[in-house]
Design a protein around this ligand. Structure first.
Ligand SMILES: NC(=O)c1ccc[n+]([C@@H]2O[C@H](COP(=O)([O-])OP(=O)(O)OC[C@H]3O[C@@H](n4cnc5c(N)ncnc54)[C@H](OP(=O)(O)O)[C@@H]3O)[C@@H](O)[C@H]2O)c1
Length: 242
């Protein structure tokens, strides 16, 4: 399927999975509004996408821990379009270490602010543009850490807290936005391999039952959910771990 009629906002697209999504959606014809914490990182990915022959791509700075930065991002996008069709909440700081005492207070605040508060404020600020769409979707990259009882990650407790907050937010949002036709689609992956989409590895990464989940499969899950007819509200993707 092509996504030529889709206008997509993606947070934290300066590297890793956000960049992967931005490149793939642009390849499929979507107009992409991508942000990264620094404008330079966002512009770098924008230029990579333009280099592939897609001119409908725009770069913005957005620090998800800073409400003014999120507001400015939404305001800048609003200057360029009267609607967006898909908002992808990809950004969230990772914090390693299964030891509560190991992280500074500042790291705890930053981790929860980027994943939890940042996601809520991003949806809040982009909702007016989504409601102008005839096919609005909110996609959130949560994590297996956001599912009740999960304990298999070495992530810090603050990361578990941030991801659990995203889960609670997405749950209630899905119910409350359904009457307005907004689908709220959340993914709960365990650790996944994220090869560079512009490298040969993207095509050669093993994707057998014995292998870890790949970014390739996650991209396909998102495209599948967004491509469904509007009666089909896929709420969540959960994955069996290896
Ligand atoms: N990779 C996995 O195995 C895995 C598993 C489950 C869920 N997920 C989730 O999937 C999403 C993407 O994963 P990933 O592997 O690409 O993540 P990642 O490699 O840890 O990168 C995190 C991204 O979030 C950005 N970020 C951090 N703090 C930010 C802030 N304050 N404002 C704006 N952006 C900020 C980073 O930008 P900078 O470049 O500026 O640091 C980076 O782009 C995340 O939500 C992650 O939690 C990942």
């Amino acid at each position: 399927m092509r996504f030529d009629s889709h206008r997509v906002v993606i947070t934290a697209a300066g590297r890793d999975f956000g960049r992967t999504l931005a490149i793939h959606l642009a390849d499929l014809g979507a107009e992409v509004f991508l942000s990264a914490r620094t404008l330079a990182a966002a512009e770098h990915v924008r230029d990579e996408i333009r280099g592939r022959g897609h001119q409908q791509v725009h770069a913005f700075a957005c620090d998800l821990t800073d409400p003014a930065s999120i507001r400015d991002f939404a305001a800048d996008v609003t200057q360029r379009t009267d609607h967006i069709d898909v908002l992808i909440n990809n950004g969230s700081r990772y914090l390693e270490s299964p030891d509560l005492q190991s992280a500074s207070d500042a790291d705890v605040i930053d981790t929860i602010a980027s994943g939890a508060t940042g996601t809520v404020l991003t949806v809040k600020n982009f909702l007016p543009l989504l409601l102008n769409s005839d096919k609005p979707d909110v996609v959130t990259m949560v994590s297996a850490c956001g599912t009740a009882g999960h304990h298999r990650s070495d992530a810090h407790e603050a990361f578990y807290a941030a991801k659990s907050a995203q889960t609670g937010f997405a749950e209630i949002l899905s119910k409350r936005l359904r009457p307005q036709g907004v689908r709220v689609i959340s993914l709960y992956p365990p650790d996944f391999d994220n090869p560079d989409p512009l490298s040969e590895e993207w095509e050669t990464t093993p994707r057998e039952a014995k292998n870890a989940l790949t970014a390739q499969s996650l991209v396909e899950c998102i495209l599948f959910a967004v491509a469904q007819p509007r009666d089909c509200f896929i709420k969540a993707f959960h994955f069996e771990q290896v």
